[in-house]
Write a protein that binds this ligand. Structure first.
Ligand SMILES: [Zn+2]
Length: 670
């Protein structure tokens, strides 16, 4: 039992999205989740970059970023160089919640969590994410900890459930009509839902038969099924055939419903002393703006697949430790571990960047932070140090061996696979460093990748972007030249070049670069948005305005586009239209700081400073490091002196209309 005598059940639904859940709840199709929300709190859970599930679920479990926890990909090279394996728990460089719970004498279950294989020797039970693919395969003993679990449990873990036609038809009522050439859809569905059933059965067995204080169950199904079937959901996308739409459009909703039913089954093992948390690591595109990845080549598809993942995942929490409230605020993935620790009466570490969301907890302060959970402790259930390995270093050794001819027998494709995984893991690390604003470090990771692989443009775009963010403008300009030399038709390259020119005070050259980018027409929303944004940034509002009609025609329900159009209108002095677009974005989600900021700016121009301040305040609440919102607040409150005023506005944005004088006159008449 936790100090307060409470239990904690955590259920992970990879990629669960409020857009679909709210739809289904309105129709009464997710009653169990709905009941929890009514009793507790719900909010948006803001994801991190890169949006890759193993990295994100490891952040959820550790309270740390990918640079600290070290899980950088789905797979890693095998130490013997003979191909790849699932990324291992031994690769994680810091304690997970289950280690912290274990050393705090809380008996813990973990089922199916990313990067949990080999199962760690905690106080409790772990079933790792390396469940057998089929019932014929021998069970890897490292899947289960402890080794001496009852035989019937081992048998349950070893044997995949078999789904009957009745069950299959709950997700795919007309599955008998699936044509032979679409057989892979049916097979994929059966395989993924079998896995989900398996996880549910294992969890239920544990909740019933093994005493527990904390139980953490993870389902990857909404994500893996989403990559196959979300394209078929309504509204029908242009590239989806009528037949596919008829067969598959209901699959995803039925999958969500199934999760709600399992939630009900798991909840049956809880009582008034159990805190229940349901969360996802990111959302999933489901509206008209869904990416068309199914038509891409396998290479390109791998690169683009993460664009399905939306910024906001879900967080639902209810139980004795939670207040009942309707809160529009969002929390970050980084806040999950500190908050879950607090629920159990345990302190967060000072080395965890997130915060405890105390507003939602019943009055009782979270314990003071300790320095770190990482020093080893009795019963922490970490693998012994000699099991811990760093996969990138292993590859380095491996490559040396290949170079020296010791491993010449290694088949070509395995070597290529390993090379790819090493590169992409480094790329993911660089992406995280950039997200965490460690631009210099990120730039050198990207530079390294680019130098070795000049055919891969995104390594160089990452390099240039981070040089710009690190304010190394001269280096950025020469780096972008490098990039365009190798990839002369890359739109993004010219847009970056325009940024670099502008940063170096070369305005004419910057305009020329945007023109070149515009000429390399992509004819799609992203392209128009990027070019319009570039024109806006260099102050050519006339050019940016030309794109607003296309942008609005091509996107319905895409807050990012509404915000961009709002900024363009604002810059053109069309304040009311701008406010309208900002409100459109806020209609879709209240949790977008940029939308509040733009609306606040509009209101300031409409001479409603009190309302403007409320909006800016909301932007800062949602994104405490929103520099522009902070500056604008100071300006409105008259806290900035005039001398600084012009330069602040210049730096702030290009979308303050009429230049700064008009604004000055409006608010600071002397
Ligand atoms: Zn995910």
């Amino acid at each position: 039992m936790t100090k307060q005598g409470k239990k904690l059940l955590v259920i992970g639904w990879d990629a669960a999205d409020w857009g679909i859940i709210d739809d289904l709840m309105a129709k009464g199709r997710m009653p169990h989740l709905q009941r929890l929300i009514e009793k507790g709190v719900r909010c948006n859970l803001k994801t991190l970059e890169p949006r890759l599930s193993p990295l994100l679920w490891s952040t959820i479990a550790t309270g740390k970023g990918a640079d600290q926890h070290g899980i950088l990909n789905f797979v890693e090279p095998k130490p013997d160089g003979q191909g790849l394996r699932l990324v291992q728990s031994t690769t994680r460089r810091t304690k997970a919640l289950w280690n912290m719970f274990s050393q705090s004498e809380l008996r813990t279950h973990v089922v199916g969590w990313y990067a949990s294989h080999p199962a760690e020797p905690i106080q409790g039970v772990i079933v790792s994410n390396a469940l057998p693919e089929d019932s014929e395969t021998d069970l890897d003993p490292d899947v289960i900890h402890p080794q001496d679990t009852p035989l019937d449990f081992k048998e349950l873990v070893r044997s995949k459930p078999v789904l009957g036609s009745e069950q299959i038809s709950t997700w795919l009522p007309r599955y008998r009509e699936v044509a032979p050439q679409d057989d892979h859809f049916l097979k994929g569905l059966i395989q993924k839902m079998t896995h989900a059933h398996h996880i549910a059965q294992i969890s239920e067995w544990l909740l019933t038969n093994d005493p527990w204080d904390v139980s953490m169950v993870f389902f990857d199904t909404i994500d893996t099924m989403g990559h196959e079937f979300m394209a078929f959901r309504q509204p029908k996308l242009s590239y989806v055939s009528d037949k596919h739409f008829r067969l598959f459009s209901g699959v995803m909703d039925a999958v969500y419903e199934w999760h709600d039913q399992v939630l009900g089954r798991l909840m049956a093992h809880t009582n008034e002393n159990t805190n229940v948390v349901i969360l996802s690591d990111h959302g999933f595109q489901h509206g008209p703006g869904r990416p068309a990845t199914q038509q891409l080549s396998p290479d390109k598809r791998m690169e683009m697949e993460a664009s399905w993942h939306r910024t906001f995942g879900i967080w639902v929490a209810a139980g004795p430790q939670f207040r009942q409230m309707n809160d529009q605020l969002s929390m970050s993935l980084m806040d999950v571990a500190p908050t879950l620790l607090a629920i159990c009466g345990l302190p967060a570490g000072q080395d965890m960047p997130g915060r405890v969301i105390e507003e939602w907890l019943v009055p009782q302060t979270a314990p003071n932070r300790i320095q770190s959970w990482d020093p080893s402790a009795q019963n922490d259930g970490m693998h012994p140090p000699n099991r811990i390995s760093n996969p990138l270093e292993q590859v380095a050794t491996l490559k040396q061996l290949i170079d020296l001819g010791y491993l010449a027998a290694l088949p070509d494709d395995a070597a290529q696979q390993i090379d790819l995984v090493e590169r992409e893991s480094r790329y993911n690390l660089a992406g995280y460093l950039s997200f965490a604003r460690q631009y210099e470090k990120a730039a050198s990771e990207y530079e390294l990748l680019w130098m070795k692989n000049p055919s891969i443009a995104r390594y160089a775009t990452g390099w240039v972007q981070n040089l710009l963010s690190a304010k190394q403008y001269v280096r950025a300009q020469s780096a972008v030249q490098d990039l365009l030399h190798q990839h002369p038709t890359l739109v993004e390259g010219y847009l970056l070049q325009s940024n670099a020119f502008l940063s170096n005070g070369m305005r004419t050259e910057a305009e020329h670069s945007v023109e070149q980018a515009a000429r390399l027409n992509g004819q799609n929303r992203e392209h128009y948005a990027n070019v319009a944004n570039a024109w806006l940034n260099i102050g050519r509002v006339d050019k940016a305005l030309e794109y607003t009609r296309q942008l609005l025609n091509l996107s319905v329900g895409e807050p990012k586009i509404d915000i961009l159009v709002a900024k363009i209108y604002l810059a053109a002095g069309q304040i009311e239209r701008a406010a309208e677009k900002a409100l459109d974005a806020l209609d879709m989600s209240q949790a977008i700081p940029e939308a509040h900021f733009v609306l606040g700016t509009c209101l300031a121009w409409m001479q409603q400073p009190a309302d403007a301040l409320l909006c800016l305040d909301m932007a800062i609440k949602l994104q405490p490091d929103h520099v522009e919102a902070q500056r604008f607040t100071k300006i409105l409150k008259g806290e900035e002196i005039y001398d600084e005023f012009d330069s602040i506005l210049d730096r702030c944005n290009a979308f303050i209309p009429y230049g700064s004088n008009a604004f000055k006159e409006m608010y600071h008449k002397q």
